[in-house]
Design a protein around this ligand. Structure first.
Ligand SMILES: [Zn+2]
Ligand SMILES: [Zn+2]
Length: 474
């Protein structure tokens, strides 16, 4: 924690005064209102209320959707009375709209891990630039981001922190992306504890250990369900397939475009390729290079195995000589013009814009090339449409655009989310069986099917709220 952060935190705790350390009482009621990510993936925002506290969990945007913001302008959500904001991780569907809270006048604390803060700022700044370039309305300015930074209190994994008179939080490893956290809320005298998973992976990956389940008590569980009704191959199978596929395309002289979020799958693929004997340059475009640099600044957030690799320059995947940054249109043009096979990792991960689209347009006409999906493609995005058989990529002047003649494939098992089996294993590994499970962050059918399945298999009360629905925990 920097001196400034410590100072801010001290001031904040002082303002809470005796209330924090006073006698904690049993809580009369606890409610969760779902302002987004209810029966959808995107715009995560959950308002948790007790008689003494109003806490917002995440505040994201929905990429590729016309309904892109959470419901912040409803009477249920009063920014003047909001006590704290907690961010699970630096994906735009969780952190993307936080600066708007500060532009609306919020001046309270916002809790997250250090990598979430740094990556989040990078992506928010990039988002402003993308909106401007694409002529879309920009929801906030860099002022909002600055305010967010000023009010940010960074927490270590498993550090217990009082945030309001009756809520105490702990962020723990979620295994999803760098610095990603589950949020444990210990409420009142601790008789009721809520665990919000954010996005979780309950399987070891190249970069991270699986999500922590080391909580003394969990009565209410809010769980993500991105792949909640899917059975995916194990991570090792995905790793083998991605290397095999890329080698095959390079051998036939093709180029590969892998759309990836700036943080997450991009670094996982880098780590996988660094271990392989693939003889081709690996270009990183969009925010991926900068986000990878943030990864190297926080080795302590990786798995033990990866920490040991990062210690040695010749084993550190992020210093692999095959990695090349593409920082300008001119450099991109060189990749287009080169006859050499290559791998390109570029944003946006769901092909909703960014340089990935430009590569796709350029690679589209050659059957030797490959468009390779390695991560979740949300409903309504171009990535999802192409996966379902759409064969065109739009251009600035043509909605239908260029025909995709290149090969299109998806490698499963590399995603940063749990499949059904891993979600079940995560719940089973909790020390106490939750009394209530709320399923969110999944497509509508998935949320309801998983809620039904969990109810049947665990004999627990489950729910899959719609947007703006309020669920009572206690
Ligand atoms: Zn995520
Ligand atoms: Zn998410």
């Amino acid at each position: 924690m920097t001196h400034k952060e410590a100072g801010y935190r001290k001031k904040f705790l002082h303002n809470l005064g005796e209330r924090i350390y006073g006698e904690k009482k049993g809580v009369e009621w606890i409610r969760a209102t779902f302002l987004g990510a209810a029966r959808e993936v995107g715009r995560s925002a959950i308002l948790i209320q007790t008689p003494n506290s109003r806490v917002l969990l995440d505040c994201g945007i929905a990429p590729g959707s016309s309904k892109s913001f959470p419901y912040l302008e409803v009477p249920e959500f009063n920014i003047q009375t909001l006590d704290a904001v907690i961010i699970s991780h630096a994906h735009m569907d969780h952190i993307g709209l936080v600066p708007l809270l500060f532009e609306y006048g919020y001046r309270g604390p916002i809790y997250m891990t250090r990598p979430t803060r740094d990556t989040g700022v990078l992506l928010q700044m990039d988002y402003i630039g993308i909106c401007q370039r694409e002529g879309k309305p920009v929801p906030y300015s860099s002022k909002g981001i600055e305010e967010m930074l000023k009010h940010c209190i960074v927490l270590e994994y498993d550090e217990v922190t009082d945030i309001t008179p009756d809520v105490r939080i702990t962020l723990s490893n979620a295994g999803h992306v760098l610095g990603s956290s589950t949020v444990h809320l210990h409420i009142g005298d601790g008789l009721y504890n809520i665990l919000y998973t954010g996005d979780i992976k309950y399987e070891n990956t190249k970069l991270f250990e699986k999500a922590s389940t080391d909580f003394t008590r969990v009565e209410g569980l809010i769980i993500e369900s991105t792949y909640g009704m899917r059975d995916l191959p194990p991570h090792g199978v995905g790793v083998a397939k991605v290397v095999e596929k890329i080698k095959e395309v390079i051998a036939r002289g093709g180029k590969i475009i892998v759309p990836a979020f700036a943080t997450g799958r991009a670094q996982e693929i880098i780590a996988i390729l660094a271990e392989s004997d693939i003889q081709a340059p690996i270009y990183l475009d969009g925010m991926i290079w900068d986000s990878t640099a943030i990864h190297t600044a926080y080795p302590e957030f990786f798995s033990r195995l990866m920490q040991n690799k990062i210690l040695y320059k010749d084993k550190d995947p992020f210093q692999d000589p095959r990695l090349k940054a593409v920082g300008s249109g001119k450099e991109r043009q060189k990749v287009f013009e080169s006859d050499e096979p290559c791998v390109v990792l570029a944003t946006a991960g769901m092909l909703i814009g960014g340089p990935a689209i430009e590569y796709l347009r350029n690679f589209a006409n050659d059957e030797k090339n490959l468009l390779l999906f390695v991560s979740y493609q949300a409903e309504g995005t171009l990535g999802s449409k192409i996966q379902k058989g759409w064969k065109y990529v739009p251009t600035a002047t043509d909605e239908r655009g260029i025909e995709l003649k290149l090969e299109i494939d998806t490698v499963e098992g590399l995603g940063g989310h749990c499949d059904r089996e891993q979600l079940y294993a995560f719940i089973s590994s909790l020390k106490t069986r939750p009394k209530k499970i709320i399923v969110n962050h999944g497509e509508s059918m998935t949320c309801s099917a998983l809620a039904r399945a969990l109810h049947k298999d665990f004999r627990i009360e489950t729910n899959c709220p719609r947007a703006l629905e309020t669920i009572r925990f206690a």
